[in-house]
Ligand binder design. Sequence first.
Ligand code: PEP
Ligand code: MN
Length: 336
Amino acid sequence: MILQFKSGTSEEILLKVEQKLATEGIRSVRSSETHRPILAAVDSVSPTLLQEIFDTTDELERIVTPEGPWKQVDRSFREGPTIVEIGDLKIGEGQPCAIIGGPCSVEGRAPVLEVANEVQAAGAHMLRGGAFKPRTSPYAFQGYGVEGLRQLKDAGEAVGLPVVSEIMDASHLPAFLDVDIDCLQIGARNMQNFTLLKAVGKAGIPVLLKRGLSATVKEWLLAAEYLMAGGCEQIMLCERGIRTFETATRNTLDLTVLPLLRQWTHLPIVVDPAHAAGIANIIPTLARASVAAGADGITVEVHLDPKRARSDGPQALSPGDLKRIVAEARIISALF
Ligand code: PEP
Ligand code: MN
């Protein structure tokens, strides 16, 4: 249950409502919204108690019941959309569509710098690259770990782009903080790694939260709720395709959820058409469709020699493809 108060409601009134809930054993949490006080009751509130609070609190303007069991990620927990800020880059509803590009894996200092230059020249806004790789086979390239993180960050700094990289394990967090990675990616395979979500939630760094391979929107939003419950407000949801019966593509890009998420949550929505499709030449079309469906950002993989890529070569785009995606996203998002 989300309680929206009139703007200017005093601290005294808020404390009274919080205490009333607390005496009934109901935990509540305040929104950081500054336009008006907003409170989420974390535990369920009986209709009688709710009516009593409403009848005795003139300042309580509206009570909203979220569509699902989440609280803080609900649209009503904020007045407007959440805008994730990474350096000068702003990602969220109403902002220009942000394009993230880079290799699937960081493949060494020189290669990542080379691709970073191309990503920057193509007009993209953030550099991606995996240093800790969640590979299906234990024999596949696992990434260069901390060394790869440093190479990615150095490449980002050299070309003036913030960097995002996947964190697979809570114990790696100090290394990500030490290297000063600008945004932590939680991958599809770790969307419900609750230990990781709790640790990352407290890290104070923006998070790109990918949808699990077979996660429902409810499970995905509750994973984001874990991050918010830990204190993280700078969260982007990333649709990256889900498992279906279809085998012609790697996954099935579920754009259906975009307008729904827009109604249900204040969080920015990013789309990764690369891991959804798995086939490079259909990705630009899916990127266009994603922007048209309301994506606040697009993330794709770029490689200068896809045949030699250490991972995900078949879905790697050229810098030219990336440049076109940047240009088309600008045109399409200007229509809304
Ligand atoms: C990736 O972005 O490289 C990746 C592994 O993505 P996902 O978790 O969506 O499979
Ligand atoms: Mn990949």
